[in-house]
Each structure stands twice: as structure tokens, then as C-alpha cells.
Design a protein around this ligand. Structure first.
Ligand code: KG4
Ligand code: ZN
Length: 432
């Protein structure tokens, strides 16, 4: 099928995503406002050095790709972002789920907030029909942390093939989708933009509504994947690489933040301590394994253990650094065990306080660090003591993944809340 230049120009000037009269997904769509944001992001000091990025992918016709550069600004965006997504021209404008279509029973979840490109198909019961997560571990390894510009570009390369592979695995077509749910924040702006732009383009091309989803609420819903249930009211503890917070959830939608961290998150401390001990990335599982073989022989501080619901972990990390320097005789297993014991002591004290005060029916522990077996055991004891239900995600979905984003999307649909597909790097728990 040929596409005229007029079609393309019309699409660009109309606003919204670039739409072409074809059913073939050709690349990644960037709406003008997202394009401008990407341009701002990269236009200044972070311009990627590699200028040889593909302009279009898959079935793209070079001629088409070469005509688009008539629009200088779009070309600039294309050069920096790589492929543009081009979807079917049947812009149906459908923005609410078609509940009369019983075949449409799946949410396509898209998660690109940090360094994993994840796509999943999940039904209302939490059954994961297909999921694929592409890790960027090798991209960032040399930097000792996530390098934001490289993260967005790696998402761009991975996103469409990942969506395609998940749809193929579940033998799904757009007609099977109730909606698309995509992380809108918190996260890295460039990474979020890739997921949001893709979701917006697919939504328009496929005529399926798209919902911008709060990543934190995604983690909280991860306990409902594959049959889990949360009984309300619940106390939530989110312990991940980006966040540490404790909140009360009176019903599935009413969040009350009790406290968050003043500095490092728990996951960040695990990662930093792992690096100091030469254990590599990701630090959490490595520290866990070492800690299991050691004894908590060091007296480390328990920052803010006896004060309210706020956390602070940077002092604990510095204390570990001092001990490593001053006590080279202490094995890394004992160091790890001492560090884990201090972290858990603080987390357990806060959970215990919240359970006593809020008197919930469940304790929900989520986020990457909830994969820790030591944390799971410690929280099982607190929950048992207070006779509340302990809700944990399946270990494989404790860390960032799109299944949890898809699961959380059902809440948005049921509440009729459809946030704009615009990145919110600092989105808070209380905002949908
Ligand atoms: O939830 P997540 O994947 O990403 C964010 O939203 O931040 O959490 C990643 C964090 C990393 O800091 C990682 O070291 C930690 O979760 N983590 C663990 C374990 N698995 C991952 N921490 C302790 N024990 C684990 N088994
Ligand atoms: Zn996360």
C-alpha cells in the first residue's frame, strides 16, 4: 500500500500521532507534544552521539520515511528517538471500553518507567495470558546505575517487537483488548515517553482506549496477579529501588500516605551496599544470598525505627561503609547479614506500628525488595502477630513488570478515571 505525502503532512499538522492508512505497525509513534518534549530533553546537553538511528522499522518503505523529513522538527525528533510509530488510519476515537464486546477481555499493559521494557496481557481475574520483559542490564552495567538517555533509546528499540511477541504468544488481536494501560509516572521522563507515545498511537490506530497508570498503584495491584486477593482496609508497604513508603488503603481506590523515605530507598541501599561489598548488580538478590550465609554480628544503626512512619536509609549505608573500612576482618556474609537485619528491623517496626494503629484486614508488601525471602519471613511474623492477612506478589512479579500495570488498569476503567497520556516523573501515590 502506498501512502501519499499529503497523508503524512495532514497527520503531522492535525496533531496527535502520525497515522497512515495501513494496518501494519511500522514503527513508533510520537505525538507532536511528546516529540517536542523529547526534543527538549535531548536537544540540549544530552544529544545522543549516534546519529545513525533507524527512522522506521519493520515494513517501512524507505521512500515514506524519507518524505517525512519535510517537517524539520519531526525529522529532529525522528533522528533522536529512532523509529516513529505509524498505525492504521482508522482513527475511531473510541476512548471508552466496549463492554458489550465479550471477546475483549484483556488489558495490554506497557511498563517503561525505568530500565525494563515490559509488556503483558492480563484478564480481569489477574491471569497473565502473556508477558515479556526485556532487561537493559547490559546497557547500564558499566555505569553502575541507570543511564537515562540510554534507557529511553533501549526502550525504543525493544517496545514494538515486545508488544508483537506478547500479542503473538497469546494469539491476541486488537479486538481482544478492553484497553491499553501504560505507566505515566513516576519514572524517567524519556523512558515514560516511549511507553506513553506507543500506547497513544496504538490506541488511535486500533480504536482501543488507553489509560495512563500510576506505577506505584501497579506495584500494589501486583499481589492480585494469578489469584491473589487483597482484603480491605489494608496497610501497604512499598519497598523498591525507586520508592519506600507506607500507606493505608481503606478501599481499592482511597489511598492515605503514612510516610515515605527522606533520602535513599530500601532497594537503593541494598544496591549501594552490594556495590561496596563488590557483589555487583542487581544488589538485592546478591545481598540476600550472602546474608543467608552470615550472622548479624555488627551493631548497625536502625534509623528512625522508633519515630512515626518516615524512613531514612542513607545513614545506615554510610555506617556500613565505615565498618567495611574499619573492620576488614568481618566477612562479607556477616556484613550483609548485619545490614539486612538492620533494614528489616526498621521495616518491621513501621509495619507493626501501622497495623496497631490502622487495624487493617491485610498487610500488603510490594516492590522489588518484597522478593527478599528474609523480608517475607519477617513480615509473615508481624502479620501473624496482628492476625491479618499477608499479601505478597508472586516473586517473579515483585520487581517492575507490565502485568501489574495491566492489573491496575482495571481499577481505572471501573472508576471511569482516564488520566492524560502525559509523563509525570514525580507522580505521587495519592494521584491516580
Ligand atoms: O520494584 P523494582 O523492580 O523497581 C523500582 O520500582 O524501583 O525494585 C528494584 C529493587 C532493586 O533495588 C533491587 O536490588 C531490589 O528491588 N530487589 C531485591 C530483591 N530483588 C530485587 N532486594 C532484596 N531482595 C531481593 N531478592
Ligand atoms: Zn517499580
Amino acid at each position: 500500500m502506498t501512502v501519499s505525502e499529503a497523508d503524512i503532512v495532514q497527520c503531522i499538522t492535525q496533531g496527535g500521532v502520525v497515522l497512515l492508512p495501513t494496518d501494519t505497525v511500522l514503527g513508533l509513534a510520537v505525538s507532536p507534544r511528546h516529540g517536542a518534549a523529547i526534543d527538549r530533553l535531548y536537544g540540549l546537553k544530552h544529544r545522543p552521539r549516534d546519529k545513525n538511528l533507524p527512522i522506521m522499522v519493520a515494513d517501512a518503505d524507505d521512500e515514506i520515511a524519507l518524505r517525512i523529513p519535510n517537517d524539520a522538527q519531526l525529522l529532529a525528533v525522528l533522528r533522536e528517538t529512532g523509529p516513529l510509530l505509524v498505525t492504521s488510519a482508522n482513527r475511531s476515537g473510541a476512548q471508552t471500553p466496549d463492554t458489550t464486546n465479550e471477546a475483549a477481555a484483556l488489558i495490554l499493559g506497557i511498563e517503561t518507567s525505568c530500565d525494563d521494557t515490559s509488556v503483558a496481557l492480563v484478564d480481569r481475574s489477574g491471569h497473565v495470558a502473556a508477558i515479556k520483559t526485556v532487561s537493559q542490564y547490559e546497557v547500564h552495567e558499566a555505569f553502575g546505575g541507570v543511564y537515562p538517555e540510554l534507557a529511553s533509546r533501549a526502550h525504543l528499540e525493544a517496545i514494538l517487537p515486545t508488544i508483537q511477541s506478547v500479542m503473538d504468544e497469546a494469539s491476541a488481536t486488537p479486538k481482544d483488548l478492553t484497553a491499553i494501560g501504560v505507566t505515566r509516572g513516576p519514572g524517567l521522563i524519556g523512558s515514560l515517553l516511549v511507553g506513553l507515545s506507543t500506547a497513544e498511537a496504538l490506541s488511535m490506530g486500533w480504536g482501543v482506549p488507553a489509560y495512563g497508570v500510576n506505577h506505584l498503584r501497579g506495584h500494589i495491584r501486583s499481589v492480585e496477579l494469578e489469584g491473589g486477593q487483597t482484603e480491605f482496609p489494608a496497610v501497604i508497604m512499598l519497598v523498591s529501588g525507586g520508592h519506600t513508603l507506607i500507606a493505608e488503603l481503606k478501599d481499592p481506590w482511597s489511598y492515605r500516605l503514612l510516610g515515605t523515605t527522606r533520602d535513599d530507598s530500601v532497594g537503593e541501599s541494598y544496591d549501594k551496599v552490594a556495590r561496596m561489598l563488590g557483589l555487583g548488580m542487581p544488589g538485592g538478590p546478591a545481598i540476600d544470598r550472602a546474608a543467608k550465609l552470615g550472622r548479624p554480628v555488627l551493631r548497625l544503626p536502625r534509623p528512625m525505627k522508633n519515630e512515626g512512619y518516615e524512613f531514612s536509609f542513607s545513614g545506615l549505608k554510610s555506617s556500613v561503609a565505615r565498618h567495611i573500612e574499619n573492620h576488614p576482618e568481618v566477612s562479607l556474609e556477616d556484613m550483609s547479614a548485619s545490614f539486612v537485619a538492620a533494614c528489616l528491623d526498621v521495616l518491621v517496626a513501621k509495619a507493626d506500628r501501622a497495623l496497631a494503629e490502622c487495624k487493617p484486614r491485610s498487610l500488603v508488601i510490594v516492590g522489588g525488595v518484597s522478593a527478599s525471602p528474609q523480608l517475607r519471613d519477617a513480615m509473615a511474623q508481624v502479620a501473624d502477630h496482628h492476625r491479618v492477612n499477608l499479601c505478597l506478589p508472586p516473586v517473579k512479579w515483585a520487581t517492575d513488570n507490565a502485568a501489574m500495570i495491566a492489573m491496575a488498569t482495571w481499577d481505572y476503567i471501573e472508576r471511569g478515571v482516564q488520566p492524560a497520556l502525559f509523563p509525570k516523573p514525580n507522580l505521587s501515590l495519592e494521584t491516580p
